[in-house]
Design a binder for this molecule. Structure first.
Ligand code: ATP
Ligand code: MG
Length: 494
């Protein structure tokens, strides 16, 4: 008969000491030095609020004799009475040991610092071994102190010291359901204060993205960044240029697509971080000449927040179309002044602005292409003669481009009557559309300045479903999307 210890050693290929611990009941209060412990009866985090997947991982690790803690945003959010986005686990088990425990569901990821993703259905639990800069080894850094490689395992306390903010460094211990705090996380949470762990200037230099994370959490949680967290930003913000542009793109999406885009934008502006990310656009925001810029951006961010809160999809293409639009306009005006025809100027300006942006924040092609289409289609809304409006309506990016047109009109960049015309055109029937095109022609030649409401009979009737075997619909407007059934422009069509 195989002993439990032998079984664990063989199955999990663990050193004897770990197997030894695996068969010993874990101490209920490990008495971690340096930590303030909040026992279960003094906090509100209940196991029922933790996902099944996270509980399986925590319990599995614990049963095998490892330390297992829920950590990061999930503990923070549960303590605040919010629903966590995901659950992260920290442990003293090494990645290979974690993988062996959850063999069927586990996958090692990352190259330098290896993590384990344990998957249960759609849920992925990220399991990280405690990190530290133990044994006197220092992390590999750039000349400016940015951490390039950081793959040393450490103790629980070291792991806590490496985290960004005190509120993000709380550990829920599955062994006794207490919460461990190595800094001032609990009191900062209560005070609604975002505080950097360690020296803020050094921590921002190690990883400048932490400045953006500070803004994101302040906006999302309604927290105030303490004075120490704000002070070094002015000196450190240009360091964002050292961050790989793809990582910045991801971080910007987190800032603007989490339902708090408007507040995030305000914080970014206040801290001068928006200028570090989008210098061209930032310069225009304070320019009276480009007074519509602010309104357009705010409209885009407000619309994005509403969609996120309503559970609707949002696309980075639309967001970036709005973010970079002011710079695009300025650049195309400049090129026109240099004698380039308007359409050529717009094309070149789009390339220039993207190029400039990519220097800092790279927009992947799958978003850059639809973004450019949204821009390109703007000029086509002005041309309403003949078959052109029908062709535009059939364009797969029509809805996004039309939403963008509405935004521009809210900012006063184009007349509201143009948006109304297109609204009517989308819902009008064949005759209605003919009348609208005629009205637009008269409007443009100055003979009919006002666009009156359409007679009720001209409104497009809902199309009847064609029975199989019927002749093809003879309606020449029956093109994809021409019935106004497009998804909202924010939907990513890729
Ligand atoms: P969210 O609700 O957005 O998921 P989060 O706090 O969980 O917030 P994650 O990006 O999921 O944020 O990171 C998980 C945890 O890892 C953080 O709470 C923090 O403790 C740590 N962390 C993440 N990024 C950094 C960083 N750049 N520097 C230091 N610690 C970090
Ligand atoms: Mg998280």
């Amino acid at each position: 008969m195989v002993s439990i210890k032998d079984f664990i050693t063989k199955q999990l290929n663990l050193p004897d000491s770990a197997a030894e611990r695996a068969v010993m009941p874990s101490p209920l209060s490990p008495g971690v030095p340096g930590a303030r412990v909040t026992p279960r009866n003094e906090h509100n985090v209940s196991r029922r609020q933790i996902s099944d997947g996270a509980l399986q991982v925590l319990n599995g690790l614990h049963r095998a004799g490892f330390q297992a803690y829920l950590v990061g945003g999930s503990v923070r959010d549960l303590l605040l009475g919010r629903e966590p986005k995901d659950f992260d686990v920290a442990t003293d088990a090494h990645p290979e040991q974690v993988r062996k425990l959850f063999r069927r569901n586990a996958r090692l990821i990352g190259r330098r610092f290896i993590l384990v993703h344990v998957q249960f259905g759609h849920e992925i639990i990220e399991v990280a071994t405690f990190r530290g800069s133990a044994n006197g080894k220092k992390s590999e850094t750039s000349e400016t102190g940015r951490i390039l490689a950081d793959n040393v395992y450490g103790s629980l306390e070291e792991d806590a010291r490496r985290r960004d903010f005190t509120a993000n460094a709380l550990y829920y211990n599955i062994a006794d359901r207490s919460i461990l705090d190595f800094s001032t996380g609990m009191e900062d949470l209560q005070a609604g204060r975002l505080r950097v762990i360690g020296d803020p200037e050094q921590r921002y230099s190690e990883d400048p993205v932490r400045m953006l994370r500070a803004v994101r959490f302040a906006a999302k949680l309604g927290f105030i960044m303490d004075a120490a967290a704000q002070a070094p930003i002015a000196a450190c913000r240009e360091r964002l240029q050292e961050v790989p542009s793809a990582r910045l793109f991801e971080e910007i999406l987190k800032l603007f697509l989490n339902g708090n885009a408007q507040t995030s934008f305000e914080h970014l502006r206040q801290q001068g971080l928006f200028a570090a990310l989008f210098p061209q656009v930032d310069a225009l925001l304070d320019h009276a000449e480009y007074g519509t810029t602010h309104t357009l951006l705010q409209g885009a961010l407000a619309g994005t927040d509403t969609r996120v809160r309503d559970g609707k999809s949002v696309t980075p293409a639309f967001l970036f179309a709005a973010l970079l639009w002011p710079a695009l306009q300025q650049q195309s005006q400049l090129l026109e002044q240099q004698g380039k025809p308007a359409t050529v100027a717009l094309q070149q300006a789009a390339s220039d602005v993207l190029q400039e942006c990519i220097g800092r924040v790279s927009v992947p092609r799958r978003f850059a292409l639809p973004m450019r289409e949204i821009w390109d289609l703007q000029a086509r809304f002005m041309r309403r003669g003949g078959r052109r409006p029908h062709a535009l309506l059939a364009h797969p990016r029509f809805r996004a481009a039309f939403d963008f047109l509405s935004l521009r009109s809210q900012g006063g960049e184009i007349p509201a009557t143009l948006v109304e015309w297109w609204e009517q055109f989308q819902t009008a029937d064949h005759d209605g559309r003919r009348i609208l095109i005629e009205q637009a022609r008269l409007d443009e030649t100055g003979q009919e300045p006002e666009l009156g409401p359409l007679p009720a009979t001209s409104r497009r009737r809902p199309r009847r479903r064609r029975r199989r075997g019927n002749r093809p619909d003879q309606d020449d407007m029956a093109q994809p999307g021409a019935d106004g059934s497009h998804d909202n422009g924010q939907t990513d069509n890729n």
